[in-house]
Design a protein around this ligand. Structure first.
Ligand SMILES: [Zn+2]
Length: 151
């Protein structure tokens, strides 16, 4: 809006914008980027499946399980946490899967920056989605999971 004339100007901006230099997005260029861990993103990473019984649950019925529990030196990091239903989490208690004789159905991984933006995104446009998918590692388990979400 021009303060003098009161004229309004509209700019059409593409949904994907390339920038040069510092963007404030720490993951754009760094390969050692570790996204913040939160339950919403964790449950999406694990496709809302309990990683022990393999059943699908709504977020409110899932919990963050520490594969190696805190009491045994386990840390709160992506590779040590999985989505678990309350029942499995209770059954496992403060034990490792081996100690509890329970088996994980998938290996937990740390999302890359592109994977994290996808997992976090509540409003990802179709062309942005395509862009993010193209930037996932070839080995990303999310390729399969996304097909399952769509199918
Ligand atoms: Zn379960």
């Amino acid at each position: 809006m021009n303060a003098h004339t009161g004229h309004r100007t509209a700019l059409e901006v593409n949904s994907i914008v390339a920038t040069v230099g510092h963007t404030g997005n720490p993951g754009n260029t760094r390969h050692d980027y570790v996204p913040p861990l939160n339950n919403q993103t964790l449950f999406r990473r694990d496709a809302y499946l309990c990683m022990y019984c393999g059943s699908r649950y709504p977020s409110r019925e899932l919990s963050r399980d520490h594969i190696r529990p805190f009491s045994q030196g386990g840390m709160d990091i992506w590779t040590n946490v999985v989505a678990a239903c309350r029942r499995c989490n209770n059954q496992k208690a403060s034990r490792t899967p081996e100690q509890a004789k329970m088996q994980l159905i998938a290996v937990p991984f740390t999302p890359t920056y592109a994977e994290y933006i996808f997992l976090k995104g509540r409003r990802v446009l179709a062309d942005q989605m395509e862009y993010l998918l193209a930037h996932f590692p070839r080995s990303s388990p999310l390729h399969d999971r996304i097909q399952r979400w769509l199918g």
